[in-house]
Design a protein around this ligand. Sequence first.
Ligand code: B12
Length: 231
Amino acid sequence: MVHDTSAANSINYPEVKNKFMEALLSGSYRPAISLASGLVTREQLKGFYLHVVQPSMYEVGQLWESGEISVTREHAASAIVTRVIAVLQANFSRQQPSKGRAIVTATANEHHELGAWIVADMLELDGWEVRYLGANTPFESLTEMTVRLRPHLLAISVTMPHNVESVRSFIAGLRQQPNIEKTTILVGGMAMNFSPDLWRNIGADGYAPDFESAVAFAEKLWERLPEEKRL
Ligand code: B12
């Protein structure tokens, strides 16, 4: 369980991160869930994702790349984080949506979904009505859903650099469709983080390096959206 270390609700993130890493590498999900179960405020949840979950998964990637852990241990760590995210979201109750509609997905052929999932959940906690589609969403059905739902925000996650080109042609194709004038396309994920200007080249409307800035982007978008486009 996460303990507060001061009256100001501050958490010793480096310490929690070490424990979380240990839990991930143990292969058992219970210690990780019990560590996360003490989070009570939205700020703590943000801190946990930003300073514990995300760096832990990056470290798992390094350990796997350098051959220090096997593929199966890396898969087990991802599966544990999947459970943790699901439990955390259920613990934080959602208000009635007060902002617009958002679709959040990992792009086609993209099997990395944890980042997109966190973005989706944090947008939901911020008042967005979110459809989260998970990993590897085919472009055809994403186009169909976007045209049908007319979301104010379409957030696409791209981790693998080889998926960037297809996102560019997807966006170009989507722009030709009817009913998407009010849809803002936000991109993010590791492939975008490598080259923070890439989003412009692929025709997106914005980019955010992590969920916190994604939520801030969405918030600004909603504030600036004229009343007639909020429908
Ligand atoms: C877990 C993992 C997997 C899991 C994913 C499971 C799952 N359910 O998601 C599995 C096993 C499927 C996997 C597969 C592969 N993986 Co992998 N994987 C990882 C690992 C260890 C962690 C990824 C992760 O969860 N990060 C944690 C999240 C929270 O961080 P994030 O994704 O960056 O998200 C944050 C921001 O980027 C941003 N963000 C993310 N999405 C979006 C979207 C929007 C719109 C916005 C605004 C922001 C945003 O906000 C998020 C939260 O703050 C990384 C290591 C790493 N350094 O990332 C390797 C890594 C990404 N994988 C890698 C590789 C090579 C592969 C494989 C090719 C391995 C193989 N030979 O099969 C396959 C490719 C599969 C595919 N086609 O997609 C390499 C990629 C190297 C490269 N750049 O080319 C990495 C970097 C590992 C390494 N060090 O070599 N992988």
